[in-house]
Design a binder for this molecule. Structure first.
Ligand code: GLU
Length: 504
């Protein structure tokens, strides 16, 4: 049997770290086993629909390189892949459950439900649920006479279909990460399966679609564990038990104080979403890893090892290496703590690992976003090679590479002034004159001229290098100063030095 997994997001907002890790583990598992990765959009809760969220999800997957084999965009043999477009398929399953005594029609109005919560609330049970204790007291097909139910249905009285949870059963399954997990069905409420608007709820739709789409393995966040007993019973009641996928509930990603939240990101200054997301309702921006300057390879690598390892000390993996090594059984069942410094380390390592050609587009873009035009291909390649080891995130290239293309706007002269004197001024005045006459402009000619003049004036070269660096790049950073001079060329070197000297 070929492996088929799915990622089934509800388009309600941006994709946070936990969501992307869920996609990733599904994807890695599918690809490790030569199977298919399905993306299904779970949009049956129309009240939570957020415009742009679906497109955002696709863009994130594309950026991460986790392309679905089947989806509303990629198509596939089990479509449609958007649940709202499958609406008509679900009612038959809900009706079948009613016919077989596993579900029932409930006609309670909003007011009646509110009244129930008021009437039955106690100190121990402040928000009573619609469960086996309560259902006998409500207006549903278990309490009303058959002809009354029939009349209500025939007159199109708004109603929902609820699952009838057994009072005393225990249901269990074997989670691929956690092992045996069991639940007492009497503690779970009679969840709505089909809503008054004819839309299924998540519970019915997820089971029906995992069945119809022949899903073999379903990995989702541990927040869905409490729903598992409802789903287990639906698989059984619908007669599909033998096709039930194997499940794994993925542990939470933890922030500095418990579950990692959007607020942690804002508070501690790190991104928690894959890409920038602006909530259209409140116009609030949540920062993304992409915009912070992470490479997708680093982002994916960091997420993969957040709660998983292959049993060795290895930390750096390409997507292909992850596919080869991934084993869902090696995902830890305890929450994994997110560490932003470690995330940056992954990016730094990936900048070292990636070749110049594959970095060129991103570096050119980040420079362009900062007003620096780097259209000389050969020059850009040379510079990336020279400075990439000094960069952690992509925007670091603005500082580390920008001065090659554009004279610095500010000069950190305060770093030079305390030790500045007439002797040094004289040195640079003469050095500029020497440089103007250099015929073969390269690192070694610039350096030789520098050292010879310094020796003639008995000044230690070390005393002169910092001022020269500040003159050329603006601050205390960058590769070897003579190499910088070679690359920016004679005219620019002379111009920058003359200008800086005029300020000292
Ligand atoms: N639609 C659910 C979500 O938004 C999917 C849960 C599942 O994978 O079963 O997370």
């Amino acid at each position: 049997m070929s492996v088929r997994v799915r990622f089934a997001p509800s388009p309600t907002g941006g994709l946070h770290l936990g969501g992307v890790r869920t996609v990733l583990y599904n994807y890695l598992f599918a690809k490790h086993h030569g199977g298919e990765f399905v993306l299904r959009i779970e949009d049956t809760d129309q009240t939570r629909f957020v415009p742009g969220a679906e497109e955002y999800i696709f863009n994130c997957l594309e950026w991460c390189g986790l392309t679905p084999d089947e989806s509303p965009v990629h198509g596939g043999p089990y479509g449609p892949y958007r649940q709202s477009e499958r609406k008509e398929m679900y009612r038959q399953y809900a009706e079948k459950l009613v016919t077989n005594g596993y579900a029932y029609y409930a006609f309670d109005t909003k007011e009646e439900l509110e009244q129930m919560r008021e009437q039955y609330k106690t100190e121990e049970n402040p928000s009573p649920q619609y469960d086996h204790r309560i259902r006998r007291k409500m207006r549903n097909s278990l309490t009303l006479a058959d002809d009354e139910v029939k009349a209500l249905l025939e007159s199109n009285t708004p109603h929902v279909i609820r699952i009838k949870m057994p009072e005393h059963d225990v249901v269990s399954f074997t989670d691929m990460i956690r092992g045996e997990v069991s639940f007492q069905t009497g503690l779970v409420d009679d969840k709505v399966l089909l809503k008054a608007d004819g839309m299924p709820t998540y519970h019915l739709a997820v089971v029906a679609d995992d069945y119809l789409m022949k899903i073999t393995h379903a990995f989702r966040g541990e927040e869905w564990l409490p729903s598992a007993p409802v789903h287990l019973l639906l698989w059984k009641y619908l007669g599909w038990e033998s096709s039930m996928p194997q499940w794994a509930h993925l542990p939470l990603i933890l922030g500095p104080n418990g579950k990692l939240s959007k607020r942690d990101g804002a508070k501690y200054g790190f991104p928690v979403f894959a890409m920038n997301w602006t909530d259209p309702k409140i116009n609030e921006l949540t920062e993304g890893f992409r915009e912070r300057g992470f490479l997708p390879e680093a982002f994916i690598n960091m997420l993969a090892v957040l709660g998983w390892n292959d049993g060795t000390e290895k930390e750096l993996y390409s997507l292909d290496e992850l596919i080869a090594s991934f084993d869902i059984k090696r995902v830890h069942s305890a929450g994994a703590k997110f560490d932003f410094e470690k995330a940056k380390w992954f990016n730094q390592e990936w900048l070292k690992r990636k070749d110049v050609q594959s970095l060129k587009y991103d570096v050119r873009t980040v420079l362009a976003n900062n007003g620096i035009v780097a259209d000389d291909d050969a020059l850009l390649e040379k510079i990336i090679e020279l400075v990439k080891e000094r960069c952690t995130l992509l925007p670091d290239f603005v500082q580390q590479a920008g001065f090659f293309f554009k004279a610095p706007e500010t000069l950190e002269l305060d770093a030079v002034k305390p030790k500045w004197n007439d002797e040094k001024k004289q040195f640079f005045t003469e050095y500029i004159d020497v440089l103007k006459t250099v015929s073969t402009w390269d690192m070694s000619s610039v350096e030789t001229a520098f050292k010879e003049l310094a020796a003639a004036k008995s000044i230690k070269p070390g005393e002169l290098q910092l001022p020269m660096r500040i003159m050329l790049v603006g601050g205390k950073f960058g590769p070897a100063v003579f190499q910088i001079a070679e690359i920016i060329g004679k005219d620019d070197t002379v111009k920058r030095m003359e200008y800086a000297l005029s300020l000292l």
